[in-house]
Design a binder for this molecule. Structure first.
Ligand code: HEC
Length: 117
């Protein structure tokens, strides 16, 4: 069969929904957490959490979505304050965050992880 423009169109029609469905749960977690804690989301962005943790999917930093340790708000806060170096990877300390910002970003992380229902 010759792969013409119609073939590519057909292929896109099949692939795009598959890609959208595969990405949906993560996007939804981010959207829900943002709606619940808009301030926390802003702090998550301005302090680069979003980049290291790839919007909760886990990249350089740990995965957040579905992470069972992140049920515990006190644990989340202590990790943000203290940071941690494991092997070559480093979670910086954010001890300088104002108390209110710490609270907001921790609540956002808990919601992003999926433990605030
Ligand atoms: C420079 C990259 C980097 C930045 C920026 C960063 N993190 Fe992390 N974070 C990490 C790494 C790496 C780990 C994993 C350390 C480990 O293995 O325990 C981690 C771990 C964590 C954990 C514990 C996860 C677990 O499963 O125990 C929490 C919570 C967390 N980060 C929240 C944040 C928040 C909130 C911010 C922004 C204020 C932030 N991180 C910014 C790299 C980063």
């Amino acid at each position: 069969m010759k792969f013409n423009a119609f073939g590519y169109l057909l292929l896109s029609c099949l692939l795009i929904p598959v890609i959208l469905v595969a990405c949906a749960p993560q996007d939804e977690a981010l959207a829900q957490a943002t709606a619940a804690h808009p301030q926390g989301r802003a702090i998550f962005e301005t302090n680069n959490c979003i980049r290291c943790h790839d919007a909760g999917n886990g990249g350089y930093g740990k995965r957040m979505i579905g992470n069972p340790r992140l049920r515990d708000l006190a644990y989340i806060k202590s990790r943000i304050i203290n940071g941690k170096t494991v092997g070559g990877a480093q979670m910086p300390s954010f001890a300088y965050l104002p108390k209110k910002d710490l609270e907001e970003v921790a609540k956002f992380v808990k919601a992003l992880a999926g433990w605030e229902k």
